[in-house]
Structures are given as structure tokens and as C-alpha cells.
Design a protein around this ligand. Structure first.
Ligand code: 8DG
Ligand code: MG
Length: 138
């Protein structure tokens, strides 16, 4: 099979996680990762046997050490984006309740930011639409 962007399409569960002060958690992607060095909303690839929400819960535990109830993740927006080397489907969910204190379990820097501060960080291109939706979110 040819190594085309089409067969590198990845389905990604992404969490926009709010704390009790209404701040949002962002993490900096490792320099050597795809879209490395940029900030992201935590999450990762959905495996074939998982629901998106189960994948999100697993990724948030692996990356941040927090536990979410699958009933607390609500669908927010879906973004399909074609990077030249990869096509991603970002399945974005909001999370308002979680147990534990988030820390960068993979050594990634984390920040809790007000939504007005999001524009001060560099995100992958696919995130522009997510950030617009957050800014318009009631
Ligand atoms: N998690 C996340 N990924 C994003 C965002 N924006 C964006 O373009 N992406 C892209 C980058 C990657 O190509 C893909 C997510 O892959 P990932 O590296 O987080 O996947 P993963 O956690 O399962 O990582 P790994 O096990 O493969 O190392 O989606 C975002 O806000 N959050
Ligand atoms: Mg990830």
C-alpha cells in the first residue's frame, strides 16, 4: 500500500478540560511529536475497540493522571484537518468534572489558562476552529 496521507488518517479523542475557576488545561507537545512544540488540548488516538469517550478517559489518565467519568464528557466539536503528512479527525469533548490533580505524566508542560489567554499560545492549525468554538461557548 502506498504511504499516502489518506491511509494515515487518525481519529483523535481530545478534551477541553475546565477547572472550577473556568480555566482550560493546555499541554505542550513534545518537540519530536507530530506538530511538536505546539500547545494542544490533551488527548490521543482512539483504538479500534474503544468508544471515543473511553479513549479520552484512558488518554487523560495516561497523560495527566486524572480520572473522568465517561458520563461527564460531552461532545463539543469535530474537526477534520489535512496536514500535508497526516489527516486527523479531532473528536473534541468538554470535561467539567474529574478526580485528581493534573500533572504532565509524560514530562509535558501544562498550563491552566483563561480562555482569553488561548490566543497567546501557538496551537496546530486544526485547533483554530476549536478555539473559536471555545470563545463562542456560553
Ligand atoms: N491531542 C491532541 N492532538 C491534536 C490536537 N490538535 C491536533 O492537530 N492534534 C493532532 C496531533 C497528532 O497528529 C494527533 C494526536 O496524536 P497524539 O500524539 O496526541 O496521539 P497519542 O496521544 O495517542 O500519542 P502516541 O501514543 O501516538 O504517542 O492529533 C490537540 O489539540 N490535541
Ligand atoms: Mg496525546
Amino acid at each position: 500500500m502506498q504511504n499516502t496521507a489518506a491511509n494515515k488518517r487518525v481519529h483523535v479523542a481530545v478534551g477541553v478540560i475546565f477547572n472550577s475557576q473556568g480555566q482550560i488545561l493546555i499541554a505542550r507537545r513534545h518537540d519530536d511529536a507530530h506538530q511538536g512544540g505546539l500547545w494542544e488540548f490533551p488527548g490521543g488516538k482512539v483504538e479500534s475497540d474503544e468508544s471515543v469517550c473511553d479513549a479520552l478517559a484512558r488518554e487523560l489518565y495516561e497523560e495527566l493522571g486524572i480520572n473522568i467519568q465517561t458520563s461527564s464528557c460531552k461532545p463539543f466539536i469535530e474537526i477534520r484537518h489535512d496536514y500535508s503528512d497526516k489527516v486527523v479527525l479531532l473528536d473534541v469533548w468538554t470535561v467539567f468534572e474529574f478526580d485528581g490533580e493534573a500533572s504532565g505524566k509524560e514530562g509535558q508542560p501544562l498550563r491552566w489558562v483563561d480562555r482569553s489567554q488561548l490566543s497567546g499560545y501557538d496551537f496546530p492549525a486544526a485547533n483554530i476552529a476549536i478555539i473559536d468554538a471555545i470563545l463562542n461557548f456560553a
